[in-house]
Design a protein around this ligand. Structure first.
Ligand code: SF4
Ligand code: SF4
Length: 82
């Protein structure tokens, strides 16, 4: 298990850039996998909502800030901050 798959590591800052989101939901898939061992977007601690007025990226309060979702977002919509 490498660092990006570790559950419970805390403390990274995640910056959201909704205008770059394409709605692929890879972030939600990865989150559910690293936290629960399943690919189930309904279990994710990050939620993507796309609408006519744009995209909303929300994190649940129990998000562990592990950064896995951002590491797997190849579109730059989720980025680990400094
Ligand atoms: S935030 Fe990134 S990984 Fe998540 S749906 Fe948007 S583009 Fe895909
Ligand atoms: S940072 Fe939060 S939303 Fe992203 S994978 Fe980790 S627990 Fe899930």
């Amino acid at each position: 298990m490498n660092s990006c798959m570790r559950v419970g590591s805390v403390g990274v800052k995640i910056e959201s850039r909704p205008e770059r989101c394409v709605g692929c939901l890879i972030c939600q898939m990865i989150c559910s996998f690293v936290n629960y061992g399943v690919f189930n977007i309904s279990k994710a601690k990050v939620k993507i909502t796309r609408g006519v007025s744009g995209t909303l990226i929300e994190f649940r309060e129990d998000c562990k800030k592990c950064g896995s979702c951002a590491r797997w977002c190849v579109y730059g919509a989720l980025v680990i901050g400094r």
